[in-house]
Design a protein around this ligand. Structure first.
Ligand code: ADP
Ligand code: MG
Ligand code: MG
Length: 289
């Protein structure tokens, strides 16, 4: 599992509360027998605040080997800017940007249904892998889903998706009750009712968030009105009588798929494995994405 990379820092790809993500051109790697790409993304933080990235690295190594999840090639500690030690994670580069950017480019119209389906199937496979191994992602949203060129032989879309950002991920069935604000980064938009009300996040939370993402891909708009205040979004999520609005124009299969993701009681929500054989995805002829 490769350490011993030497690389040149390129442009900034993203900025988080922890530190930054940069493009990296790999000069050489010591492990010559294995294949590594020449370009990677480096997620970097000062060592003193790198606890969450180090935890992320541990999760990456436990779940590696799924083509629907960003790969982690290694970790290293280097002398960073201003003589401060930095902790770096070397990651597979999502050269197509995030799903959030892709949805924005649709100008509020949403993606073509076939493209949304291809991405949905990939997200379900990735999540199913994470859940089978006993983890919950806890931060599924378009910003944390990366696009890479799709080289599949029968590919019908230019890009394919990969799940990234395991900074809030946790082991299943080991809930620590935290403060409500600790349950999201940036926006509470994708939180499930049980996360808001009972502070529990297990696999069904990821399924609820996936429903929000699928709805956003199909309509071009987030599940709750973006202009609402945080408290108002939290109130809508946890209110028994409010459920996400599923537009009638969507296909019958899409509407049914979304309904199953948005069951309020987590025990009634379908699992990723069940959703993979939902009629919404059966129209996809080609398995090579
Ligand atoms: P945070 O925990 O701060 O949200 P992320 O891992 O989500 O950190 O990274 C922040 C942003 O950096 C992402 O939303 C994305 O825009 C960009 N980014 C992260 N990882 C990659 C990657 N492997 N390839 C390309 N861009 C990335
Ligand atoms: Mg993120
Ligand atoms: Mg994070």
């Amino acid at each position: 599992y490769g350490d011993g990379f030497s690389w040149i820092r390129g442009s900034m790809l993203g900025k988080g509360s922890f530190g930054s993500v940069y493009l990296a051109t790999i000069k050489k790697s010591r492990s010559k027998q294995s294949y590594f790409p020449s370009v990677m993304a480096v997620k970097s933080a000062e060592v003193s605040v790198s606890g969450s990235i180090q935890k992320e690295r541990e999760i990456f190594s436990n779940i590696q080997g799924c083509p629907d999840i960003i790969e982690c090639f290694g970790e290293e500690t280097t002398m960073g800017d201003h003589g401060v030690m930095a902790y770096n994670l070397l990651l597979e580069y999502g050269s197509g940007g995030t799903l959030a950017t892709r949805i924005k480019k649709s100008n509020g119209k949403g993606l073509p249904e076939f493209e949304a389906k291809v991405y949905t199937r990939s997200l379900l496979r990735g999540l199913n892998h994470i859940h089978q191994i006993g983890y919950v992602h806890c931060d599924m949203k378009p910003d944390n889903i990366l696009l890479v060129p799709n080289y599949g032989r029968n590919a019908i879309t230019e890009f394919r998706t990969k799940i990234a950002d395991f900074g809030l991920a946790k082991r299943a069935k080991m809930s620590k009750k935290r403060k409500l604000e600790a349950y999201w980064r940036g926006t509470p938009m994708y939180l499930s009712p049980e996360a808001v009300r009972d502070r529990v996040q297990e696999a069904p939370c990821d399924v609820w968030a996936l429903g929000c993402i699928v709805l956003e891909m199909l309509t071009g708009k987030p599940v709750w009105d973006e202009k609402l205040k945080v408290e108002e979004i939290l109130r809508k999520i946890s209110a028994e009588k409010e459920s996400p609005k599923i537009p009638n124009e969507l296909s019958k299969e899409a509407k049914d798929f979304l309904k199953r993701c948005f069951m309020r009681r987590p025990m009634y929500r379908m699992t990723c494995e069940m959703l993979l054989s939902h009629p919404f995805l059966q129209g996809l002829k080609n398995d090579d994405d």
